[in-house]
Design a protein around this ligand. Structure first.
Ligand SMILES: NC(=O)c1ccc[n+]([C@@H]2O[C@H](COP(=O)([O-])OP(=O)(O)OC[C@H]3O[C@@H](n4cnc5c(N)ncnc54)[C@H](OP(=O)(O)O)[C@@H]3O)[C@@H](O)[C@H]2O)c1
Length: 247
């Protein structure tokens, strides 16, 4: 019997593959049989991941540069799926928010995945029955102080994903989001450094299963990219170690 979670014969693009969640996705998807195409900005870290994941292609690009998205799409052959893991957090108090901060957070967390998805679809570079996965955040439903712009654009991304699902369902192309809480990447280190230890300890206690690891997110991506989730589209999956289970 074929394994429904297998990614054999699937070519998957992973953005943000040079670090954290994207890195783990590239490696774990390849273990599940996928041919991965990896992209990120840092050439050395991307090269290392490409080697471990035996990547089909490795493309260094800044997705916020003027022709970053179009140059990436030009270098791609048809794919069966994509994980949009590139992103930044950048907390900022509401009273300090201005155009510069909005543009910086919006351009990689919203514009890049949206422009990339729309261009790939317009160029018919996502095969029928393909799967698109956006890495969103639990904070779009449960915002935190300092996260006004980040959480707003993650919420916008979730809405965009649902419309992709609506418009491409007839081609079998699926679109879903993963709403992650704190995962052990550079982002967690930055959070630890920005909070007083007692507040961090209090917050940690609310995670029934502790903070997440990048592989926890990668495993959910395997599900979304594989035929195991063939009947699932337009959804948001909460991965939060029980943080929002109840009071
Ligand atoms: N970690 C968490 O707790 C958490 C929770 C919820 C959601 N998320 C989401 O998960 C995603 C990945 O986060 P992470 O924790 O894995 O962070 P990370 O380790 O900092 O990785 C971020 C990735 O995004 C890439 N990137 C950033 N700006 C880019 C740009 N302009 N062009 C191309 N690539 C760019 C980085 O590339 P370079 O390193 O090469 O510059 C890196 O590969 C983000 O969307 C984040 O919002 C994370």
């Amino acid at each position: 019997m074929t394994n429904p979670f297998s990614l054999v014969n699937k070519k998957i693009l992973v953005t943000g593959a040079s670090s954290g969640i994207g890195r783990s996705c590239a490696i774990e998807l390849s273990k599940a049989g996928a041919q991965v195409v990896v992209t990120g900005r840092n050439e050395n870290r991307l090269k290392e991941v490409a080697q471990i994941a035996n990547a089909n292609k490795s493309i260094v690009v800044d997705l916020c540069s003027e022709d970053g998205v179009s140059s990436l799409v030009k270098q791609l052959e048809n794919i069966d799926g994509i994980v949009h893991a590139a992103g930044i957090i950048k907390p900022f108090p509401v009273s300090f928010v201005g155009a510069k901060h909005i543009n910086e957070v919006q351009s990689i967390n919203f514009n890049a995945p949206v422009e990339l998805t729309s261009l790939l679809l317009r160029k018919r570079k996502i095969n029928n029955n393909g799967s698109i996965v956006f890495i969103s955040s639990i904070s779009s439903s449960f915002p935190y102080k300092g996260g006004a712009i980040y959480t707003a654009f993650k919420a916008a991304l979730e809405t965009y994903s649902k419309v992709v699902a609506l418009e491409y369902g007839e081609k079998g192309i699926r679109s879903n989001c993963i709403k992650a809480a704190l995962v052990n990447t550079k982002v967690l280190d930055e959070t630890i450094n920005s909070l007083p230890p007692e507040i961090l300890e209090e917050h940690k206690k609310r995670y029934l299963l502790g903070f997440g690891e990048p592989d926890d997110v990668a495993n959910a991506c395997i599900y979304f990219l594989s035929n195991a989730s063939r009947w699932v589209t337009g959804t948001n999956l909460v991965l939060d170690g029980g943080l929002t289970a109840g009071a």
